[in-house]
Design a binder for this molecule. Structure first.
Ligand SMILES: Nc1ncnc2c1ncn2[C@@H]1O[C@H](COP(=O)(O)OP(=O)(O)OP(=O)(O)O)[C@@H](O)[C@H]1O
Length: 416
C-alpha cells in the first residue's frame, strides 16, 4: 500500500538524474557559504595567533609613529585549512625562513598554531609557505633499498631531515665519522646501512675492529674485506696489530704522495681504507684489563691501540683513511682523549643523555638534550656536512639476517 502511494508521486524513472530542485540547490549554496565563512574565521584566527606568537618571539619590528610605538609582524596571505594547515607569509626586511624554524622559535611558534613542528619553504620574493606539521615528521620509519654504490666518491643515503630532504654522504668527502647512542638506539643499524651500501665499491676497503663480531667478521666471509678485519675478544692484541699495520700503510702512502699533490686519491689500487671501530671503548677496556708488560718489555696493548687510532685520526685523511668510530657515549677518556674526539668531522648521536649530546656536538646542542634523551630508535642529531646540528631519521635496513644477505650479495670479492 505504502509503496503504491510513493510510486504515484514520483515521475517515471528515465535512467537520467533529475536536475536538483530548489531545496537541494539552496542547501548546496548554504553549505558553500558556511564553508567560506568557516574558512574566513579560521584564517582570521590563525592570522591573529601567528601575529601574536611573532610578537612574543620578537619576530617583529617596532616602528615609531606619531601615536607612539607600533608593532609590525610578517604579513599573512592565504591560509589553507589543510590538513596540514599552511599559510603564506611575507617575511619582513632582514628576516630569513630559518628564523621561523630555529631551535628557539620553531617549536614555540608551532605550538602556538596547534602543531608539532613547522616547515618553511620559499615561494616567490619574500613570500614563504609555512606548513604546520601535526606530528613529528621523523615519526615514521623508512626502509633502505638494497643498493650499493660503485665508488667511495658516490653519496650513500645517510638519513632524512625534518623537512624531508634525503642527506647523502660520500666517505671520500668529509673526514672521520663518530656515532654514539645508548643500547638499542639505532647506531648499529646506521652502520649496517652505510657498510652494505659501500661494500661493493672497488675503491673502498672495509677494515677495522669489532669486539662484538656482528658488524664485521662473519657477514663478510668470502669478500676481499674480511682478511682486514679483527673481531671478538679472544685475541685482543690482534686488534692492536691490525691497527698498527694500518698505521704503517698510512705512513707508506704519506711517503708516496705524488709531487704537486697533497693527498692520496682513492682508487682500486690504493682504496679508501674505511676503518670501522665498533664499540671502541669496549675494546680499550678489554685491552686495559690485560696484564701489563714489565717495565722495558713492551707497551701495554691499550696504549698501542690508543696511539694507533690517534694517528689514524689525525693524519689519515690525506692518506685516504676514514675512521668510523662507534661508542655508547663519546666521553674523552673512553675514546682515546679529547684530541681524538675533536678529529671527527661528522658526528651522529642517537638517544643519549643530555650531557653526552653536548659532549659530541658542543654547547649549542645542550638545549636539545632533554627531549633527545628519550628519542625513538633511528632518530639522531647530526652535525657536520656544513650544516648546523639537526635532527634526522636514519633509514632502517631490517633484521640482522637482511644485513648479512646484503653484504653477501654486494660485498666485493677477489677477481678470479
Ligand atoms: N633507523 C631505524 N628506524 C627504525 N627502527 C630502528 C632503526 N634503527 C634501529 N631500529 C630499531 O632499534 C633496534 C636496535 O637498533 P640497533 O641494534 O641498531 O641499536 P644499537 O644502538 O646498535 O644497540 P646496541 O648498542 O645494543 O647494539 C632495532 O632492532 C630496530 O628494531
Amino acid at each position: 500500500m505504502t509503496t503504491k502511494t510513493l510510486d504515484r508521486t514520483r515521475p517515471p524513472t528515465t535512467g537520467h538524474r533529475r536536475p536538483p530542485g530548489f531545496i537541494s540547490r539552496w542547501r548546496a549554496r548554504r553549505a558553500e557559504r558556511d564553508q567560506t565563512i568557516a574558512a574566513h574565521r579560521l584564517a582570521q584566527a590563525v592570522t591573529a595567533e601567528f601575529r601574536e606568537a611573532c610578537t612574543a618571539l620578537r619576530l617583529c619590528q617596532y616602528v615609531s609613529v606619531a601615536a607612539g610605538v607600533t608593532v609590525r609582524t610578517p604579513r599573512v596571505g592565504a591560509v589553507h585549512g589543510g590538513p596540514p594547515m599552511s599559510l603564506s607569509v611575507e617575511l619582513m626586511a632582514g628576516q630569513e625562513p630559518a628564523d621561523f624554524t630555529s631551535r628557539e622559535n620553531g617549536p614555540r611558534l608551532a605550538h602556538s598554531l596547534g602543531g608539532h613542528g613547522l616547515r618553511v619553504e620559499p615561494l616567490a620574493g619574500r613570500w614563504v609557505r609555512v606548513t604546520v606539521l601535526n606530528h613529528d615528521p621523523l615519526r615514521d620509519r623508512f626502509g633502505l633499498p638494497s643498493l650499493a654504490v660503485n665508488s667511495g666518491y658516490e653519496a650513500l643515503i645517510l638519513g632524512r631531515t625534518e623537512d624531508g630532504i634525503t642527506l647523502g654522504h660520500a666517505f671520500t668527502d668529509a673526514g672521520h665519522l663518530a656515532g654514539q647512542g645508548q643500547n638499542g638506539s639505532g647506531k648499529t643499524n646506521l652502520c649496517y646501512g652505510l657498510l652494505s651500501q659501500v661494500a661493493a665499491a672497488p675503491d673502498v676497503l672495509v677494515t677495522g675492529s669489532d669486539i662484538t663480531g656482528l658488524l664485521l667478521g662473519r657477514p663478510w666471509d668470502g669478500t676481499v674485506h674480511r682478511p682486514h678485519q679483527v673481531v671478538g675478544t679472544g685475541d685482543v692484541p690482534a686488534h692492536a696489530v691490525l691497527l698498527e699495520d694500518l698505521v704503517s700503510e698510512m705512513d707508506r702512502r704519506l711517503a708516496t704522495i705524488p709531487p704537486r699533490r697533497d693527498k692520496i686519491e682513492a682508487t682500486p689500487t690504493t682504496p679508501l681504507m674505511l676503518v670501522v671501530l665498533e664499540e671502541f671503548p669496549g675494546l680499550l677496556r678489554a685491552a686495559d684489563a690485560l696484564p701489563k708488560p714489565k717495565r722495558g718489555e713492551g707497551v701495554p696493548v691499550g696504549d698501542r691501540i690508543r696511539s694507533a687510532v690517534l694517528r689514524l685520526l689525525s693524519e689519515g685523511r690525506k692518506a685516504a683513511f676514514r675512521v668510523l668510530m662507534l661508542a655508547q657515549r663519546f666521553e674523552a677518556t673512553a675514546v682515546g682523549g679529547g684530541y681524538a674526539r675533536d678529529q671527527f668531522a661528522l658526528r651522529i648521536s642517537f638517544r643519549v643523555p643530555a650531557d653526552s649530546l653536548a659532549m659530541l656536538h658542543g654547547d649549542d646542542a645542550r638545549p636539545l638534550g632533554r627531549e633527545h634523551a628519550n628519542a625513538a630508535a633511528g632518530i639522531a642529531y647530526l652535525s657536520g656536512l656544513g650544516r648546523d646540528c639537526e635532527r634526522i631519521r636514519v633509514p632502517y635496513l631490517g633484521e640482522y639476517g637482511e644485513y648479512v644477505d646484503r653484504i653477501q650479495a654486494h660485498g666485493r670479492r677477489a677477481a678470479s
